[in-house]
Write a protein of this length. Structure first.
Length: 296
């Protein structure tokens, strides 16, 4: 029995179009971890809510000319979550390794942002990490926890040491995180910089940082958006990106180097479905851009 059979259960199918595991290029995995949440909880309900939203929005992308219906996607279901964070991360690591060994691209729907640590342990140390997030998540500990949604990026840097870490959309930090980022060479682009520079100039900055990187892992925290666009997130922060700018930037980043991506931190009970719809649309557009880059 494989780890994906041992630790995962079926769910409603993302997008509504299901290929077999064997023929799929992209495999969707829900990771409803919601253990270390410190303000709002509820991310454990996000994989189901985002799947439901994905069944009710159109699948054709005018940005790319691609259609989700034509893509080889398999929804594996949801990871079995343990009561203990480290055990859940270990299960996630094993399942993602299964997928990578089978030459599939993992598409992980969280869940709290801590899941990125589990995925990155499988993806490997030679993969750059690009995160769209309001927060740096570089604290050493928070509320007596050293592994949590506020510390996972620091743990990734310490334990995995990717060649580059770039955070985009930053606007909520503490001095400890700023000091650590400077000492560790972790780069970030603030919302203020992005607005001032616009998409094209920001893209050039991103390209310069990632120029030497052959593989990239993308993580999208939906709180990178302003709460006006994504109110149902676990730690909302004002003064964020709008949806068109997020999709424009993702369109520039999603190239042939992407090996996997996740989307996290939706807490669907805090609105009437808007944030889940934005999340489903974001995943659709990312998949379309990646597929176009791979086949074009």
């Amino acid at each position: 029995m494989s780890y994906r059979e041992l630790f995962v259960s079926p769910s409603p199918v993302f997008s509504g179009f299901q290929r077999t595991f064997e023929e799929a290029k992209y495999v969707v995995l829900g990771a409803p971890l919601d253990v270390t949440s410190t303000y709002r909880s509820g991310a454990r309900f996000a994989p189901l809510a985002i799947r439901e939203a994905s069944l009710n929005i159109e699948t054709y992308s005018l940005r790319t000319g691609m259609d989700i219906e034509d893509m080889k996607i398999h929804d594996l279901g949801d990871l079995h979550i343990a009561g203990e964070v480290d055990e859940t991360l270990k299960r996630l690591e094993l399942v993602i390794k299964d997928l990578l060994d089978a030459k599939k691209m993992p598409v992980v729907i969280g869940g709290e942002h801590t899941i990125t640590l589990g995925v990155m342990r499988s993806v490997g140390e030679n993969v750059a990490l690009v995160g769209f997030d309001a927060h740096l998540d570089l604290r050493n500990e928070y509320m007596d926890l050293t592994t949590s949604h506020t510390t996972f990026m620091r743990r990734i840097n310490e334990q995995i040491n990717p060649p580059k870490i770039l955070e985009i959309g930053t606007r909520a930090v503490c001095k400890e995180e700023l000091d650590y980022a400077k000492k560790s060479g972790i780069q970030f682009l603030t919302v203020q910089q992005i607005r001032r520079d616009g998409v094209e100039k920001t893209t050039k900055k991103i390209d310069a940082v990632l120029a030497d990187c052959k593989k990239i892992y993308l993580t999208i925290d939906m709180d990178v958006l302003d709460p006006a666009f994504a109110p149902a997130v676990q730690n909302p922060e004002p003064d964020g990106l709008d949806m068109p700018m997020l999709l424009d930037l993702l369109g520039k980043v999603c190239d042939r180097r992407i090996v996997a991506f996740d989307l996290v931190e939706v807490a669907p009970h805090y609105d009437k479905g808007v944030t889940a719809i934005q999340a489903a649309k974001t995943i659709f557009e990312m998949l379309c851009h990646i597929e176009k880059a791979r086949t074009g």
